[in-house]
Design a protein around this ligand. Sequence first.
Ligand SMILES: NC(=O)c1ccc[n+]([C@@H]2O[C@H](COP(=O)([O-])OP(=O)(O)OC[C@H]3O[C@@H](n4cnc5c(N)ncnc54)[C@H](OP(=O)(O)O)[C@@H]3O)[C@@H](O)[C@H]2O)c1
Length: 254
Amino acid sequence: MSDVRPTWSTAWVTGASSGLGYALAQRLAEQGTRVAVSARSADKLASLAASNANLLPFPLDVRDTAETQRVAEEVIATIGLPDLVILNAGIGIFKNAARFDGDAFRTAVETNVIGIGNALSAIIPPMVERGSGHIALMGSLASFRGFPRAAHYAPTKSAVRSLAECLRFDLEDKGIDVTIINPGYVETPLTERVDTPMPGLMPLEPAVDRILVGLSKRRYEIAFPWYMEMIVKLGMRVTNFTYFTITRWTLGRA
Ligand SMILES: NC(=O)c1ccc[n+]([C@@H]2O[C@H](COP(=O)([O-])OP(=O)(O)OC[C@H]3O[C@@H](n4cnc5c(N)ncnc54)[C@H](OP(=O)(O)O)[C@@H]3O)[C@@H](O)[C@H]2O)c1
């Protein structure tokens, strides 16, 4: 476990009832940060909060714009405007696009993209007014190119990656740091439901280490594992023919 100096007094983590968000919130709290934790599962947030007095539960469905605004205001009223906001709530749907499901696609876009927008509209104006803050968006290595069975997921993460780039341009001169977190496959409840090959699958704790170290250094991008990052980014430099051929060969069609 890495020893990351607590550079934030306060944080807000969405998607904190399980997986990456849960572990990130727990580690931040252990290091002395007061952390507001949000997700839909109020019971899981309550048991997380019971583990450390620095964790405060704020149940929330990020797809609901008015609720997100209200909860953000409650968070600010309780712990002050957070120094760090990790917009991590997300869902993963992996199925063949031959069975394309428009409702599932809408849910993924509403959770993974609109959910982030809902939180941003609540926290950016006060951060701009204060002149400081750190906003981290949960992307994915799946955001760089398409791959099999990812039609309901990868496009949402591409949107998040683009969003982070745009935010960085507009917020860097306002004292606000922006980070895009692009993990490869990490062992969480999300990947437990994936029944396709997961090259480079890594355990949760080292993934949380990488994220916290990158955040503490205020890096723009945190991507891991390094070899999957390299492969994915190499994939952006080859022709479509080469990309489709190699990806079909390594990940299969169905
Ligand atoms: N695990 C990986 O391999 C991997 C790789 C790259 C990126 N990611 C990204 O990392 C993030 C966390 O994923 P994970 O792997 O930790 O999965 P996870 O264990 O399933 O956690 C997802 C979290 O998001 C919350 N959530 C889902 N829908 C929500 C909603 N409408 N409103 C509020 N919270 C909601 C869930 O809580 P409730 O169900 O209680 O609401 C849960 O706390 C996601 O954005 C995912 O896309 C994961």
